[in-house]
Design a protein around this ligand. Structure first.
Ligand code: ADE
Ligand code: ZN
Length: 336
């Protein structure tokens, strides 16, 4: 329809995409075979790509998803595996009308398996450079730290020589915080964020996906992040809604993810209307598209179906996304 075309053509920025979450079941099984990685034999979901796909349709929570997410990424071994994964994402991004992408990855989930950080980064960077040249899609990389692991491990991962080199060279722009949320409060990562801030890195954190609104305010006050990933629980705190609107903090909202992981019952319960009415800035993103059955354009379409937004509202959402991006001002002007 013309509306689908309109949504497709909007110059989208994606700010919340885990590269490991772009691993399709097809590629997962191919790499498991090629790299000789044994998948769990005691879980029937791993019998075939089709069975696994089916299992993905009945996640019960963030942690239930994360269990499959960490097993899935265990098939990624060589730089070429990481490159192919990111390249696969960029193909979808191109057809969905993405112009600029800020991409998360989880270094600790690979170094803990004996994969060197430089291998991961090399693969991702190769795909990003190719996407810029051949597809005209600009991108930035963001290392996320895993909140379910002991805090000292995030600090030593941050201090790793190869990781530090990637920050200093500008290969990686900022840090994020992801994985299981409840019970892993922002405060635990104050020192990590203080170090990153001192180095001039950009800062974001997952907050208020499953966890309480106080994790959002604590991420702002203690971690001093400049944006919030998810943030949907914000809607339960009217005062905090006003603050986020006033301070123009961008939320990177992932509507399909929120439904699939049972954070909300249906798309209409994602507080899109609340955010629009209060002047809260947000972008719409896909999170882990291969696991949740929808890339960014699917998220745009589902939001449109649920909220029947006007052309003006869509244009303001897309503009907020460009303005909230971490790319150079010159790039933003090209996109506006
Ligand atoms: N890692 C990958 N996707 C995630 C999500 N939606 N929340 C927390 N950690 C994640
Ligand atoms: Zn996420």
């Amino acid at each position: 329809s013309s509306l689908h075309d309109f949504l497709q053509r909007l110059p989208k920025c994606e700010h919340h995409l885990h590269l490991e979450g772009a691993l399709s079941t097809k590629v997962l099984f191919e790499l498991a075979e090629r790299n000789n990685i044994a998948l769990p034999s005691d879980d029937e979901a791993f019998r075939s790509p089709e069975a696994l796909e089916k299992r993905y349709q009945r996640f019960t929570s963030l942690d239930d998803f994360l269990h499959y997410y960490y097993i899935g990424m265990s098939v990624l071994i060589h730089a070429s595996d990481f490159e192919a994964l990111a390249w696969d994402y960029f193909q979808h991004a191109l057809s969905d009308g993405v112009k600029h992408a800020e991409l998360f990855f989880d270094p600790q989930a690979h170094t803990s398996r004996g994969i060197e950080y430089s291998t991961v980064l090399q693969g991702f960077q190769a795909a990003c450079q190719r996407a810029e040249k051949e597809l005209g899609i600009s991108s930035l990389l963001i290392t996320c730290y895993l909140r379910h692991l002991p805090v000292p491990e995030s600090l030593s991962a941050f201090d790793n020589e190869q990781v530090q080199e990637s920050y200093k060279s500008g290969a990686v722009t900022g840090i994020g915080l992801d994985s299981s949320e409840n019970g892993f409060a922002p405060k635990m990562f104050e020192k990590l964020y203080a170090k990153a801030r001192k180095q001039g890195l950009r800062l974001t954190a997952h907050a208020g996906e499953e966890g309480p609104a106080s994790y959002i305010s604590d991420s702002l006050d203690l971690l001093k992040v400049s944006r919030i990933d998810h943030g949907i629980q914000l809607a339960h705190d009217a005062e905090l809604v006003q603050r986020i609107a006033r301070e123009k903090t961008m939320l990177t909202v992932c509507p399909v993810s929120n439904v699939v992981l049972k954070c909300v019952k249906e798309i209409s319960q994602v507080p899109i209307r609340t955010f629009l009415d209060a002047g809260v800035r947000f972008s719409i993103n896909s999170d882990d598209p291969a696991y949740f059955g929808g890339y960014i354009l699917d998220n745009y379409c589902r939001v449109h179906e649920a909220f029947d937004l006007s052309v003006k509202e869509w244009e303001s959402i897309v503009r907020a996304g460009i303005e909230g991006s971490w790319c150079a001002d010159g790039r933003k002007e090209e996109l506006l």
